[in-house]
Design a protein around this ligand. Structure first.
Ligand SMILES: Nc1nc2c(ncn2[C@@H]2O[C@H](COP(=O)(O)OP(=O)(O)OP(=O)(O)O)[C@@H](O)[C@H]2O)c(=O)[nH]1
Ligand SMILES: [Mg+2]
Length: 251
């Protein structure tokens, strides 16, 4: 038996003809959040770093769509790279995002200059592949967006109650309360969940928008308009419906 025969997963490939989502999730980002004393429930510098890392990714790999909230990044691809090899896709995407995020986080938090650099543990992501048909693609993103909303409600509720009553009581109160009751508790404390920024409720989308750029044709000596796809960050996503994906040529 040659040693290469032991690389038993190297031929594992994603199914032909399907689109895939690669979902990356920050490893132990609750610890990262504590180590860096990030603002709770939402830290704008953290979110900005996740979005910028996603943009760096989009420039390198041309995905159809990226959707990010909390510590997860969902990457939709219709052209499958690395011959569809699962190990390659998962490992390269996760490590690329880890490096990109480290770069953007250091820039945005300006932690690199301090001598007692709090970014002790290198941030990393896990990655998994979800093959999707056109029909369940929209359903997938609706499911992630529901999770973003749940996360938003729980995040505001937990940190508001924790500041007032302490950790244990906050957990206990949340376990007993229905979602409508949580809305009331927050409303009484001046937080209207319906009015927090759209990116907190619905996440952030990264996709290409067609723009026209003016150029000059030296042969015909005329101004020409050419179409370019420019990476666009959508901080104000709608609730996902099929139209959104069709209108933006994602589906
Ligand atoms: N303070 C702060 N923390 C955030 C923010 N976004 C994400 N996080 C942290 O990221 C965590 C994401 O949850 P999980 O992915 O379930 O937890 P994890 O600690 O990353 O654990 P694993 O993914 O299982 O390794 C949250 O619990 C928060 O602690 C933010 O804007 N501010
Ligand atoms: Mg995580």
């Amino acid at each position: 038996m040659v040693m290469n025969d032991c690389e038993i997963f190297s031929n594992l490939r994603v199914p032909c003809g399907l689109k895939i989502v690669v979902r990356a999730d920050g490893r132990n980002f609750s610890r990262l959040s504590n180590d860096l004393s990030l603002k709770k429930p939402y830290d704008t510098q953290f979110v900005k770093s996740m979005v910028e890392a996603s943009c760096i990714f989009a420039q390198e790999f041309s995905p159809n769509f990226i959707y990010t909230f909390s510590d997860e990044i969902n990457i939709l691809l219709s052209e499958i790279p690395f011959g569809g090899r699962v190990e390659k896709i998962d490992s390269i995407f996760a490590s690329f995002l880890g490096s990109a995020f480290t770069k953007t986080l250091i820039k945005n938090l300006e932690v690199s200059k301090s001598s007692d650099d709090p970014l002790i543990k290198p941030p990393s992501f896990d990655a998994r592949i979800i093959p999707l048909t056109s029909t369940n693609l929209v359903e997938y993103f609706r499911m992630r967006q529901k999770e973003a909303w749940r996360n938003c409600i729980n995040g505001y509720a937990y940190w508001t109650l924790r500041n007032e009553f302490g950790k244990e009581k906050a957990v206990e109160m949340l376990n007993q309360k229905k979602s409508s009751k949580i809305h009331d508790i927050l409303f009484d404390r001046g937080i209207n969940l319906a009015e927090v920024p759209a990116w907190q409720r619905r996440g952030v989308g990264i996709y290409k928008k067609e723009i026209y750029v003016e150029g000059y044709n030296p042969i015909s000596k005329e101004k020409v308009l050419s179409r370019r796809g420019k990476i666009f960050v959508d901080w104000d996503l709608p609730l996902f419906q099929e139209e959104f994906f069709k209108d933006n040529s994602i589906l």
